[in-house]
Design a protein around this ligand. Sequence first.
Ligand SMILES: Nc1ncnc2c1ncn2[C@@H]1O[C@H](COP(=O)(O)OP(=O)(O)OP(=O)(O)O)[C@@H](O)[C@H]1O
Length: 501
Amino acid sequence: MPEHAPLPSSSAPPSPPVLTLREFGFTYRGSDDPALTGVDLMLHPGEAVAVLGPQGAGTSTLARAVARLLGEHGESTGSREATDDGIGMLGDDPEAQVTGLSRTVREEAALPGRLIGLPLQDCLARAAVSLETLGITALAERELSTLSGGERQLTALASLLTLHPRVLVLDQASQSLDHSARRRLARSLRQFRATGGAVLLTGHQHDELSVECDRVLFLDEKRLSAGGLMPSSVTPVQLAAHGIWDARHEVHTPLNTPVHLPNSARGPGHEVLLRVRDLSVHRASVQVLDGVELDLRAGEVTALLGANGSGKSTLLGSLAGLVPSGAGASILGPGGVELAAEPAHRRANHIAWVGQDPGDQLSASTVHAELMRAAPLGPGGRRLKRADRLQAKKQRELDVQRVMEMAGLTAHAEDHPYDLQPAQRKDCVIASALLMNPAVLLLDEPTLGRDAAGMARLSHLLRSFTSAGGAVLVATHDRRWAAEVGDHQLRLVADHLLPDT
Ligand SMILES: Nc1ncnc2c1ncn2[C@@H]1O[C@H](COP(=O)(O)OP(=O)(O)OP(=O)(O)O)[C@@H](O)[C@H]1O
């Protein structure tokens, strides 16, 4: 079958489409180039379609167009027809997924119903069903500010489901979810479709959710491929050709050989840059970590796996000094310096932390200004003599340019960090961290929202850092990437850190 041949007509659903885009295009205000052009797309009741494209191809614009969220942001061409305006969408920005209007998970899940005037009892009943469907009933009374990234994403999905939409648009819906949460979500989408609901998935990765769709379409150069492919027939080569990251762990594990840049420092016995002993952490009286032991060595990447809420962010935050740990913990930095009692800003001389939400760590109005702010002037800093200071400034500019280049941010130097895609915002924080010249880099879920090139760039950044003698601890749900980039893989299970098998 040619790559984009329509599927056999026997598999086409008989009912009329709930959504039709014809020759649809969209140009953002202030831009000369369209973000989408000539898009034809039909979605039928009970159908699920995945539209995959590389970062910047327009997948999020397409999702927003379908959900009618583009409004006054620009000009559209062609037509969009929907027979049912019960379209609900979950966007691709994990930081914008909860409203900030509710205190608890239950209130957040009930909120959309309240906003459209449903009686409170109905809202709560619907919320209870949504939480149950997504397997997060146990979180109902939890305050939103205490949720892990995946828990927050599931809460946002639960809110969406309480509106009983007829069409669900999910932009990178799997991104903060662990394997079992993705499977749970896939199961609830199956139930949703069985009752006539239609699903449009968009994103840059082929994973547990997109493999469940009826069709996969590729968006390249702002245009959508015609017809579609059965997800089971999509090959790694086709995905690579379209710039899509293939997150199907099973497909890659047997073939996987870790790709490492040459690194003379690697091998057992080289310097331990961070030695952790007896690290225990409680959050709101629940023990999240119990007696964790960990060695991070120069030249090595350690991948940290674990279910949603298992404590990965807690571990990284406690090493960075941002989450208090129990008495008796020892955290030895480079040269054996004890850091456990040091505040976060002192630990930052050795350890750089890139948290889950990049927005928390960005404050300048352009990418370039953000990186200049992060980069120290070198030993002596502001006290340098004028000539030395000029030289140090020149060097800093060169360092910033080099890191921007490596992180793929050069073209965005003058952009506001909040105008970047979520993955690029994270790149900006990673670039700032690298400019601090830390010995140890702690990264929390840096793979979210990346296409194949974005993943390769990230791997390269980490490998360059370890090749220069640094050590990396990186929390991720992407088992394929963890196997490829990690010298070691550890898994957090029931408060304990174990080798991943
Ligand atoms: N400030 C807080 N107060 C109370 N509990 C919290 C707080 N922050 C996190 N938790 C809880 O601690 C546990 C570990 O959370 P953490 O964010 O470390 O998990 P994670 O492994 O990073 O999860 P994810 O993969 O979803 O990001 C979870 O049950 C979480 O809900």
